[in-house]
Design a protein around this ligand. Structure first.
Ligand code: ATP
Length: 290
């Protein structure tokens, strides 16, 4: 049998860092949203013990280094099921190292396939616990929709869906180092924090304007000067009629939030010649994940 599963990207409507924990991780508070920019993950069992990964990006790890392979290995280890050989193929559309959890989403897609085929009785909570051993964003990528994620990202609260809207996501060609950003957070006091509770109230009221004015990512406050394109793109989105714009995760991808599709399409067409990794995206609700 061959199992094909979508792996959706995420955006951070908010990203807040509350402090550093004794275990070295940071305490986070984030409102996450899944969007329809997706990788396609195909899992084919085969005889023999190996887990191999192929993809259309030659530089992605093919073996244990790939998050999709790590997820499969953790699944067998945690369930005590005899490890089965797997060929995992990933058609990559989510930009890599962009702050959109592409690798985590591929890992989550593999976990969903393995649960469905080998342990259909396993609860979502149990699967999310296995996910948290693979990576901080994997539990969210298993669940999808609009979610408040806290702690390392494993403490999740489902939120009401956003009102209908459009995102244009634009990834500039610079690469941001996540560990570097976290180290800068330690050195520099954060000047602002997102008003997460107010954003959640706006979500509960279906108030898109109220959501838009509360998008905020604390990493923007510590971005070194060489990532100036992030702010350039944010400015362009606002000029092009976005209700708001923000960086997602540890960047450098930036998104603009639009109420109307024509303005979003126009922003896509204007930005894409300069930034080829620009995408028009819609919301993906939790139901798609089941
Ligand atoms: P996050 O938003 O969770 O911080 P990201 O978007 O910044 O994630 P990814 O694209 O998920 O980053 O992964 C970045 C790193 O993980 C790269 O160094 C890449 O080589 C490695 N990696 C391993 N497996 C994958 C995969 N399946 N897809 C993408 N990257 C992968």
């Amino acid at each position: 049998m061959v199992y094909t599963e979508p792996a959706f990207a995420k955006l951070n409507l908010t990203l807040d860092i509350l402090g550093r924990r004794p275990d070295g991780y940071h305490d986070m508070r984030m409102v996450m949203q899944s969007i329809d920019l997706q990788d396609t993950v195909t899992v084919t069992p085969h005889p023999g013990p190996e887990i191999q990964v192929s993809s259309d990006l030659p530089y992605l790890p093919r073996g244990d280094g790939n998050i999709a392979a790590k997820a499969a290995a953790r699944f067998f280890e945690q369930t005590n099921l005899p490890p089965s050989g797997l060929s995992i193929d990933i058609r990559k559309r989510i930009p890599v190292c962009a702050g959109m959890a592409g690798g985590s989403s591929d890992g989550a897609a593999v976990l969903r396939v393995l649960r469905r085929t080998l342990r259909p009785d396993m609860s979502s909570k149990e699967l999310e616990e296995i996910g948290s051993l693979v990576g901080s964003d994997v539990p969210y990528c298993l669940r999808g929709g609009s979610v408040l994620a806290e702690g390392r990202g494993e403490r999740m609260t489902d939120l009401p869906p956003l009102p209908p809207c459009w995102f244009v996501v634009c990834k500039p060609p610079c690469a941001v180092s996540t560990p570097e950003l976290f180290s800068l957070v330690r050195m520099k006091r954060l000047r602002f924090h997102p008003r997460t509770a107010e954003l959640i109230s706006a979500l509960e009221q279906g108030d898109l304007e109220g959501i838009a004015v509360r998008l905020y990512n604390v990493f923007e406050d510590v971005l070194p000067r060489r990532y100036a394109q992030v702010f350039e793109i944010k400015g362009r989105f606002l000029e092009l009629g976005a209700m708001a714009a923000s960086m997602t995760g540890s960047g450098p991808a930036v998104f603009g939030l639009f109420r109307d599709k024509p303005l979003a399409v126009q922003a896509l067409e204007i930005l894409r010649p300069q930034f080829p990794s620009t995408f028009l995206c819609e919301l993906v609700g939790r139901a798609v994940y089941n």
